[in-house]
Ligand binder design. Structure first.
Ligand SMILES: O=C(O)CCC(=O)C(=O)O
Length: 333
């Protein structure tokens, strides 16, 4: 299908003067565009114009059959082998480029009931994972949305074994990875059927067009928004679920989180992040990879494109994953 789709760019900017205790405070709200600026020809791909519009309006898109059945089978087989291997370990293990453990275990992990909750950069230890990040149908969709030139950024597996208490607190991915512009998309690929009970991703549609929320609280980078932000938005959250092999494409500014797995079925996501080739990282990666910056669609242009925003730089994690950062947020965020 031909999907050359030029979208117009008209950010609205409004300024309010607010009097607080006799002090005049200038609150600047930047309403982000609901569509991407036109930066050359869009790539052709699997998404219809309506799906493209829906992505830019809501900040996410659910896509079925994002990989082939053969790709799914290979990814699941490798992950099952890692879960078996984790039975022999009592604490996070393996090495990554960052010198942190590759395989992260939840506190309740035992040999009998393994709770492997995170594999950092599986592409470095599995040809099957590497082949999928380099070529899959969801990536074709990403190229339509932020391409034609697309770079791989990072990848990880987030797993919730049956009954796992693992919860992901509400956050925006961009607050972990400032770039020169915000054309970054996470592809959250379902390696299991995702249901309402096994800890689906919950997203708050439209929040990618609003502010960047602070993820620092009382001088601590918690990797999560404040309880007040959660209270303000949680009623609008929607779960994203569907059969294995589906994917959720998510804008880097979208507010999202996910709940513990209360079912007897696992919930495993393979999450790959991609960025427009002209979006340049402004800080060392929180999830370094030898494949970071590989052009996976289109070509290298040697250009940088900048958008306007303000945020505090994140803390680069020292633990096995961001779960240890989010643990600092307390139980109520
Ligand atoms: O594993 C999940 O449910 C959500 C993952 C997530 O929010 C993230 O990795 O940014």
């Amino acid at each position: 299908m031909e999907a050359l789709y030029q979208l117009s760019y008209s950010p609205e900017r409004c300024r309010q003067d607010t009097g607080i205790g006799g002090i005049s405070v200038h609150v600047v709200t930047i309403e982000q565009p609901s569509s991407r600026p036109s930066v050359g020809a869009r790539a052709a791909g699997p998404l219809s114009p309506e799906e493209i519009d829906s992505y830019w309006a809501d900040g996410y898109l659910f896509v079925e059959h994002a990989i082939t059945p053969e790709q799914l089978e290979a990814l699941v087989a490798d992950f099952d082998a890692w879960v078996e291997e984790s039975r022999e370990h009592h604490e996070p293990y393996g090495d990554t480029l960052a010198g942190r453990p590759r395989f992260d275990l939840a506190p309740e992990h035992t040999a009998k009931a393994p709770r492997l909750r995170r594999v950092a950069s599986p592409v470095e230890v599995s040809d099957n994972y590497l082949a999928v990040v380099r070529d899959n149908r969801a990536l074709d969709a990403v190229a339509q949305l932020i391409g034609p030139n697309v770079e791989f950024n990072n990848s990880k597996i987030n797993a919730k074994q049956p009954g796992a208490s693992t919860e992901v607190k509400y956050h925006q991915d961009f607050l972990f990875q400032p770039h020169s512009n915000e054309d970054l998309i996470a592809v959250l690929l379902f390696l299991d059927d995702v249901t309402l009970e096994n800890g689906p991703l919950n997203v708050v549609p439209g929040t990618h067009r609003h502010e960047l929320f602070d993820h620092w609280h009382d001088g601590v980078f918690t990797g999560a928004v404040s309880p007040q932000v959660v209270a303000d938005h949680v009623a609008d959250a929607v779960p994203v679920y569907g059969p294995a092999g589906s994917a959720c494409l998510m804008h880097t500014r979208l507010l999202h989180g996910s709940a513990p797995n209360t079912s007897d079925r696992p919930r495993t996501l393979f999450i790959s992040e991609y960025r427009a080739e002209d979006s340049k990282p402004l800080q060392v990666s929180h999830l370094p990879s030898i494949y970071d910056g590989e052009v996976v669609r289109g070509e290298r242009t040697n250009r940088v494109r900048c958008s306007t925003y303000e945020m505090e730089f994140p803390e680069v994690p020292t633990g096995a994953s961001f779960f240890s950062q989010q643990a600092k947020a307390g139980a109520d965020t």
